[in-house]
Write a protein that binds this ligand. Sequence first.
Ligand SMILES: NC(=O)c1ccc[n+]([C@@H]2O[C@H](COP(=O)([O-])OP(=O)(O)OC[C@H]3O[C@@H](n4cnc5c(N)ncnc54)[C@H](OP(=O)(O)O)[C@@H]3O)[C@@H](O)[C@H]2O)c1
Length: 269
Amino acid sequence: MTNTPYLGTAVVTGASTGIGAIYADRLARRGYDLILVARGKDKLDALARRLSDETGRAVEVLAADLSDDADLRRVEAQLRQDASITLLVNNAGIGTHSTLLDSDVERMDKMVRLNVLAPTRLTYAIVPGMVARGKGAIINTASIVAIAPELLNGVYGGSKAFVLAFSTSLNHELADKGIRVQAVLPGATRTDFWELGGLPVENLPSEIVMPASEMVDAALAAFDAGERVTIPALNDVTLWQAYEAARNALKPHLSSQHPAPRFGVKTNA
Ligand SMILES: NC(=O)c1ccc[n+]([C@@H]2O[C@H](COP(=O)([O-])OP(=O)(O)OC[C@H]3O[C@@H](n4cnc5c(N)ncnc54)[C@H](OP(=O)(O)O)[C@@H]3O)[C@@H](O)[C@H]2O)c1
């Protein structure tokens, strides 16, 4: 039992194992009640029991397949009417390293529904209430493949680029409404993710694989510091700042009434 102040309810998707289970642990210790979402009810129940015993927080389990339309809508409906929610951690996700030619399109379809549609719909379900209450935060687990899609499967990279772009846009739209959004871009992290994607983590050079606990602790330290995009492995943060500066420098030049002269197109000017 801890004496931490009550911080409201945090929803953590993909909480049954890996990165999500660590988020659940850390957030309960910080003072959040929890709603834990994933398919594996037994693992969620065991985690909920442990965390409520150790922290005294209320921990609810919502067993759901977030790639399934009916399950996703059931979770949305429950979360939409829960005014205690102050934090949404969109973390559930699957990925793989396989190329288009070696990938099953049905698995890609499921990946897009889980990695893209589920965080989108859960955000739409929860944000209006947060805005009405004038406070709230969202943590979206993206990946370094959001900016380096050549590293793994292209649909996975595209799904995480969506998460990064969506987070960037949400920050732009919601910052003045009291809502904070953080996109976390982990590099290789030691979880079941790799085995489930067909490449056990032991196949990666150990010097690029971070323990999930260190990854989450770094991401939460960055969240506390108000970072909007966090790359836990990145030592030289000026590299990210230069990337963002280059992106921002492009913005005034991206739309024009005529194509650029280098294309040689005869214009109507
Ligand atoms: N591990 C890495 O190297 C790495 C790097 C960058 C980003 N990420 C991202 O980090 C997030 C967490 O991954 P992880 O590494 O912790 O992997 P993990 O250990 O495999 O955990 C994935 C979590 O998502 C849940 N999940 C999977 N399919 C689901 C579904 N259809 N409906 C609901 N929940 C589902 C799993 O629970 P159930 O199986 O019980 O449903 C589990 O709790 C993912 O978004 C992943 O893309 C991971």
